[in-house]
Structure formats: structure tokens, C-alpha cells
Design a protein around this ligand. Structure first.
Ligand code: FCB
Length: 463
């Protein structure tokens, strides 16, 4: 690919790279960090591929300087990382553990010295285990604790971090964690998952207020809205898409950006969606104005009707999630099994703005691909499939901007190969390879491609 192939972005558009605490930090018991639900989940036999855990991960906790140097060499404007709640409050409540805050302060200062703007996610799934023991996101108390934790973090870092993301993909926390059980805490509940979804949004609203009170500049939430396509043009499959729209998208987008709870929730969940976890005033709280919405996008989902075979209504949510996972087989797939269909990225964004006219500006907070990388005889990783994936998705993003969607930035997932949740270290998303025996970092061809693309953007914006 030559520089002529680089998609063009508006002046001021920012490029970055993203990671998350549990996936890269390691140092699971260093400096007073308490256990998170992922530490527990990884230790349960059969949960994570090959029995992998985040105990060491990329050891970013000790190697953050080297990783910031990689970011600096990459030339990104911004770095998205997440703060591990159990480093700040080992049991999820009470005063801050100073050593935990110190780590993020060192990281932020290192970034600023390299002229990279820090973007902090407050919750990327590592809930303190002690809070899960008290009900986790099923209970409202966790939302309140989340706001207290947020206040502690912004008090220390608010003078240096401008961009804040409250939650990462609450869909995964609520439904993959509490309904399908493929993520921590790994339960299969219907009502519990719906209550978790609501309390995550309440926690988000409370955190937004805490951030505003502390004078934070740019506040948003990261969602993973899905581009859902019916498997066939039958009424049954179209109805399945409507249910999947509720489950994947409307649950979050309606209360956040339309001041209402989703229209089709009764059709989707029946008596499980009884709203018993809602309180007056919650919609106002959840609808606190935001400066941006973070969008993570990887792949579309083809949905076919799959009648409930599970007679137990308590697990019906989980059944609906499974129904939503049938996929098209006429395209290339990544090693996640995810179909590569870049123009669905354009369609998703255009449709999002059409459906939610008051949507704030969009920032793509994750996009990338897992590939079967190998180190070639020349000592390099020639990850041509990943380069093509990034090129085609950035081109699709530029098309969405061209079509009028206000997108301000893009973060590639991920800077490093890392702990890919239930897939452990088996699936590699990094533009930098990590050798898990030596922890050595090796930039891949995709890293060099992304660097050239950023360079090209700068040249064109400031010739
Ligand atoms: C997203 C997660 C991120 C990473 C990518 C591949 O759902 O936010 O942590 O695992 O998928």
C-alpha cells in the first residue's frame, strides 16, 4: 500500500491507541491492589482458554515507560488506558490507596512529557471482587461506589487528564458477564443482567456528575453498538433483529440519548424487564449531557430467529444473546471468528446519527483485528491482514465523516498483544507483538503502517 491509499481525515482529527488495565498491567497484587472479578474468574477451571490469567500479562505496570516510548515513536496524539478500580480501592470502598494512584500519575506524567494526551477509562471490567460479593452491578450500591471511586481518581489526575470515559462497553459487563457467563463474574441470569444494565447506566450518570463537579473537560461513555443484519428477509428474522437491537443498542442509547427506556423491551424480555430496579429521576441522571460518545466497532452481526429452547425465563436473556450470534460466512474472518465487512462501519455510524439526532460527537475508542501473527525469518511480523483491516476500516470511517457524521478521533485496538479475556493470550490484537516468555515488544508491520498514516495526515493538515 502506498501513501496514496491513506484515507483522509479532517484537520484536528486525533489518532490514538488503546489498552485496558487488566489486559496489560499484570502486577496483580503489587502495591496493595485488591482482587478483581477477573482474578477470581481466571482461577476457576475451564473459564479462560489455556487457564491463562492476568497475573503478569504484559507487565505494563513495570514497563510503562517502554510502552510510552512506543506510543511516542508511533506518533499518536492520545493514549487510551483504563484505571484499575482495585488498585485505587482494593475492596471497592473507603479511602484511596495512594500507591495505586501513584502508578497512574507516573503513567500520565510520562505521557504528557511525550506530548501524548491521556484518555482515561474508569471502568474496563475489573470490578473489585469485594463489591461483587455484595451483589456487583445487580445492586444499586455498586453504582454509588463507582461515583466515589471516580471522585478519588479525578481529584488526583483531573489537572492532567482532559478526556474521561466512564464505562467501557456496559453491554459486555451486563450481558456477557451476567447473562451468557463468558466474562466475569460468569453467571447466567435474566433479571440480574437487566438490573446490572440499569445500574451501570446509573453509575455512569453519577460518575459524570462527579467528573463535572471536579471540572473535567471532556466526558463520554464507550459503547459497542452493533450493526445487526437479518439472516433472511422473513418476518421472524426481522423480529429477531428488533430484539437484538434492544439488547445490543437501545438499552444504552435510548436512556443516554433519547430520554426513554427502550420501546421493545417487553417484546424482548417479557416479564423479566419489570423495571423494579428503576427509580424516579434515573432517566435525568443517565441523560446527563456528554461531550462525546465512544464507539468500539469490530464487526457486524447477522441475526436469525432462534426460538427459545430454554424453558426457564430466568435465563431467557442469555438465550437471546446466543440467537444474535449467527454470522455470515461469505467473508474473511479474523482469528476471533469475526467477519470482516468494513462498509458496515460506515452504515452503523450514519444510522446512529439518524436514529439519535442529539448524539454528541463520536470518538472511535476501539477498532482492530486479531490475526494469526508469526515472526518471519527476517525477525519481523508481516501482518498484512491486519494492515488491510485497518486501512479498510479507516477508509469506511472517512466515508462516514464525508456523509456528515461528526467523528473526532480514532484509537486502534490495541497497542500491545494482551490478555484477550476468555481467550487468554491466544488471540493477538496488538500492533506491537508481545513475546509472553520474555515480555519483549516487537512492532509489527501494522504499527509502521499506522505511523505512516498518521504522518501523512499531519503533512496534509499542515503542509
Ligand atoms: C472489546 C473490549 C476490549 C478488547 C476488544 C477486542 O470488546 O473492550 O477490551 O477485548 O473487544
Amino acid at each position: 500500500m502506498t501513501s496514496h491509499d491513506f484515507p483522509r481525515f479532517p484537520e484536528g482529527f486525533t489518532f490514538g491507541a488503546a489498552t485496558a488495565s487488566y489486559q496489560i498491567e499484570g502486577a496483580h497484587d503489587a502495591d496493595g491492589r485488591g482482587p478483581s472479578i477477573w482474578d477470581t474468574y481466571c482461577r476457576e477451571p475451564g473459564r479462560v482458554l489455556n487457564g491463562d490469567t492476568g497475573d503478569v500479562a504484559c507487565d505494563h505496570y513495570h514497563r510503562y515507560r517502554e510502552d510510552v516510548a512506543l506510543l511516542a515513536d508511533l506518533g499518536v496524539d492520545s493514549y487510551r488506558f483504563s484505571v484499575a478500580w482495585p488498585r485505587i480501592q482494593p475492596t471497592g470502598t473507603g479511602p484511596a490507596n495512594a500507591a495505586g494512584l501513584d502508578f497512574y500519575e507516573r503513567l500520565v506524567d510520562e505521557l504528557l512529557a511525550a506530548d501524548i494526551a491521556p484518555a482515561a477509562t474508569l471502568y474496563h471490567w475489573d470490578l473489585p471482587q469485594a463489591l461483587e460479593d455484595r451483589g456487583g452491578w445487580r445492586v444499586r450500591e455498586t453504582a454509588e461506589r463507582f461515583a466515589e471511586y471516580t471522585a478519588l481518581v479525578v481529584e488526583r489526575l483531573g489537572d492532567r487528564v482532559d478526556r474521561w470515559i466512564t464505562l467501557n462497553e456496559p453491554y459486555c459487563t451486563a450481558f456477557v458477564g451476567y447473562a451468557i457467563g463468558r466474562h466475569a463474574p460468569g453467571t447466567r441470569e435474566g433479571r440480574g443482567a437487566l438490573a446490572a444494565a440499569h445500574h451501570l447506566l446509573v453509575g455512569h450518570g453519577l460518575a459524570v456528575r462527579a467528573l463535572r463537579a471536579a471540572g473535567a473537560q471532556e466526558i463520554g461513555i464507550t459503547l459497542n453498538p452493533d450493526r445487526l443484519l437479518p439472516a433472511t428477509d422473513t418476518d421472524a428474522d426481522r423480529a429477531a433483529v428488533r430484539r437484538a437491537e434492544t439488547l445490543h443498542n437501545a438499552v444504552w442509547l435510548d436512556p443516554l440519548f433519547a430520554g426513554r427506556y427502550p420501546e421493545h423491551e417487553a417484546e424482548t424480555w417479557g416479564e423479566l424487564a419489570d423495571g423494579s430496579y428503576r427509580r424516579d429521576g434515573d432517566l435525568d441522571l443517565i441523560g446527563e449531557p456528554l461531550d462525546f460518545v465512544g464507539v468500539n466497532y469490530y464487526r457486524p452481526t447477522t441475526v436469525a430467529d432462534a426460538p427459545h429452547t430454554d424453558p426457564d425465563p430466568a435465563t431467557r436473556t442469555a438465550v437471546d444473546v446466543r440467537a444474535a450470534e449467527s454470522m455470515r460466512d461469505d467473508v474473511r474472518r479474523t482469528t476471533m471468528g469475526w467477519p470482516v465487512v468494513p462498509d458496515t462501519f460506515t452504515d452503523l455510524l450514519v444510522d446512529l446519527v439518524r436514529r439519535y439526532p442529539t448524539l454528541p460527537p463520536v470518538i472511535i475508542t476501539e477498532n482492530g483485528s486479531a490475526e494469526a501473527d508469526t515472526v518471519a525469518a527476517d525477525g519481523r511480523v508481516h501482518d498484512t491482514d491486519r494492515v488491510a483491516y485497518l486501512h479498510d476500516h479507516l477508509t469506511a470511517l472517512a466515508a462516514a465523516i464525508e456523509a456528515g457524521v461528526d467523528v473526532r478521533g480514532y484509537y486502534v485496538w490495541s497497542l500491545l498483544d494482551n490478555f484477550e479475556w476468555a481467550y487468554g493470550y491466544d488471540r493477538r490484537f496488538g500492533i506491537v507483538r508481545v513475546d509472553y516468555d520474555t515480555l519483549e515488544r516487537l512492532p509489527k508491520d501494522s504499527y509502521r503502517w499506522y505511523r505512516s498514516m498518521i504522518e501523512n495526515h499531519r503533512k496534509e493538515s499542515h503542509p
